[in-house]
Write a protein that binds this ligand. Structure first.
Ligand code: SF4
Length: 227
């Protein structure tokens, strides 16, 4: 799927946070710079994503093993989050390679704009993932399924190595235009892979993840460390 950059809801607060502004509003000059950078990014991003649903099986006799049909992994925190799910959606998304060219150019010619662009482009790939997540949620609802939050390799004890499996399962390079280096870096840099559990239990999940969810007593709550 491709997307329309004008439809992205980029979280300004997140950009300010990446810039080290934890509370209050930034000064007008900073706000104007952020808006100018967002406009430039909107004119240059190429939104692409691909996702696919697979049957999910969590073998009871193999500790913390998760069988996603397209690959298997071991993760205590992911297994906890996926309890009760029947399916898994595997996704890959990017805002494109022109962003990396801009980041490189500004790092040489205008460092302060480059720093703001790093923050704004990080928030923008998040916004693109959220938009994709919303479309997946609608598709899943059509099958009577509800989503758990997104979970990316490298988060908690979900091995980063599983990037390779996701790339192979979805043919990410061919379908989405993202390359994976030997050291597991994605090119373009503002790219994300993730898995999303789906099941019949209607939990009040928030797509931004368990960390910002207010359901403190949730049995499926994941942790950034294994747990
Ligand atoms: S803590 Fe919230 S977001 Fe996480 S699994 Fe539970 S309901 Fe869903």
């Amino acid at each position: 799927m491709t997307g329309n950059p004008e439809e992205l809801k980029v979280n300004r607060r997140e950009i300010y946070r990446y810039l080290g502004i934890r509370s209050g509003e930034p000064d007008q000059a900073t706000q104007a710079l952020v808006e100018s950078v967002l406009k430039e990014l909107t004119d240059n991003v190429q939104l692409r994503e691909f996702h696919q649903m697979f049957p999910l099986h969590v073998p009871q006799d193999e500790l913390h093993t998760i069988d996603m049909t397209c690959f298997r992994t071991h993760s205590r925190s992911l297994e906890k989050n996926l309890r009760g799910c029947s399916d898994i959606i595997v996704m890959a998304a990017t805002i494109g390679s022109k962003v990396d060219l801009l980041l490189r150019r500004y790092s040489l010619t205008n460092a302060s704009r480059g720093v703001v662009m790093q923050a704004a482009s990080a928030a923008m790939i998040e916004a693109w993932c959220n938009l994709t997540n919303d479309a997946i949620k609608t598709e899943a609802a059509g099958r009577g399924l509800y989503l758990r939050p997104r979970f990316s390799p490298g988060y908690g004890d979900f091995p980063l190595d599983n990037q390779r499996d996701i790339f192979q399962a979805l043919q990410v390079e061919k379908r989405v235009g993202i390359a994976l280096t030997e050291s597991l870096l994605m090119i373009p840099s503002k790219s994300v892979t993730a898995v999303i559990g789906a099941g019949r239990d209607h939990l009040p999940c928030v797509r931004e993840g368990c960390e910002v969810c207010s359901k403190a007593d949730c049995l499926y709550r994941r942790h950034s460390a294994a747990g």
